[in-house]
Design a protein around this ligand. Structure first.
Ligand SMILES: Cc1cc2nc3c(=O)[nH]c(=O)nc-3n(C[C@H](O)[C@H](O)[C@H](O)COP(=O)(O)OP(=O)(O)OC[C@H]3O[C@@H](n4cnc5c(N)ncnc54)[C@H](O)[C@@H]3O)c2cc1C
Length: 320
């Protein structure tokens, strides 16, 4: 791997909407970004079929097509895209300091600026057909995919705040919403529980586990086992929403950057600055709340602008 400069201005880790958006902005500001795609080039959207809520695509867009376009746009401005994962980082504590990004035990790149856009991954139940039907009836985002199930029956799995928020959202669009909870109670806040209990198109199934996903080419229903009465039941649904949590991809940043209790990178309010100078975070990796492609692209833009400002301040500082 040969680069014009020994020490880079901008290395981007991740190739989802946040990574590519920061690449476009960084490249156009002459920061010559190098972007590492990781093991999922294009990020989470490559696991879905239709994206209907990304602004500018009035007829919707296929997730893979959208991410291919993002890649081409970043390449148009000469972003260097490398199909590899970063396995380890050494981050400097000094303003203007140099960070090291390792691709294997020995091979590393050095840069003053780093944009972390490693995203997150939804948690799965671990049953057959679950990943196969992702985007074909199974989803981890009601805001993204709820509309495809307008006036149909759907189920949400989980008993926490996210699950009840998702169920609440879906109850406005869908005919019937089942909430499937493993335990005999909700973990969600009392206020949310009260809101849910008032809805007459929500059916709550406590002590229940999904044992089988039904369907050939797309989801048609699920089988459930009730641990209390030991009964099996089949429900026919067009959509299954997994709301059992997300895991931020921050394993390589543990004890290097400040993370919250769930592992999300902590950034300064309204900015993308992390706990280390010159290191910025964008997208789902720093966002446990919105988790949308458009918000990820937005924070990707912010990270590139924040880095540009940081580098110019470092230059001025060095001149003094
Ligand atoms: C099935 C599904 C459907 C969705 N539908 C929609 C929708 O319709 N509309 C919407 O707005 N949102 C949708 N979302 C959410 C959306 O995909 C995410 O909010 C968005 O992709 C987050 O973008 P990101 O750039 O932060 O990270 P991600 O898309 O998660 O990408 C992370 C990137 O980081 C890379 N990476 C991770 N670790 C490393 C490493 N160590 N080294 C190098 N690279 C690394 C990965 O390979 C990947 O390229 C959906 C999500 C899923 C799972």
């Amino acid at each position: 791997m040969l680069f014009k400069k020994k020490i880079q201005d901008c290395i981007i880790i991740g190739s989802g909407p946040a990574g590519y958006s920061s690449a476009v902005y960084a490249a156009r500001a002459d920061m010559n970004p190098i972007l590492f795609t990781g093991s999922q080039p294009g990020g989470q959207l490559t696991t879905t079929t239709s994206v209907d809520n990304y602004l500018g695509f009035y007829e919707g867009v296929n997730g893979n097509d959208l991410m291919n376009n993002c890649k081409k746009q970043a390449e148009r401005f000469n972003t260097k895209i490398i199909n590899q994962s970063v396995i380890h980082v050494i981050l400097s504590n000094k303003k203007g300091g140099i960070h090291r990004v390792f691709l294997d035990k020995k091979k590393y790149l050095e840069s003053r600026g780093l944009i972390v856009a490693t995203g997150s991954r939804p948690k799965f139940l671990g049953i057959n057909k679950e990943k196969k039907f992702m985007g074909l009836g199974i989803s981890s985002c009601a805001t993204c995919d709820g509309f495809f199930h307008k006036e149909k029956n759907v189920a949400v799995i989980g008993g926490g705040d996210t699950a009840l928020e998702e169920a609440n959202y879906l109850a406005k669009i869908c005919q019937k919403v089942y909430i499937i909870v493993r335990k005999g109670y909700f973990k969600a806040s009392k206020a949310l529980q009260e809101r849910i209990l008032k809805k007459n198109n929500i059916d709550i199934l406590f002590y229940s586990n999904v044992t089988e996903i039904i369907g050939y080419n797309f989801l048609e229903g699920i089988k459930i086992f009730n641990q209390k009465n030991k009964m099996n039941r089949t429900i026919l649904i067009s959509g299954l929403f997994l709301a059992i949590g997300h895991v931020p991809n921050t394993e390589i940043f543990k004890s290097k950057l400040d993370l919250d209790e769930r592992g999300y990178i902590i950034v300064q309010k309204g900015e993308t600055r992390t706990s280390k100078p010159g290191v910025f975070a964008a997208g789902d990796v720093q966002d446990p709340i919105y988790r949308q492609a458009i918000t990820s692209a937005g924070t990707g833009c912010m990270a590139a602008l924040d880095l540009e400002k940081y580098l110019s301040l470092c230059e001025e500082y060095e001149k003094i």
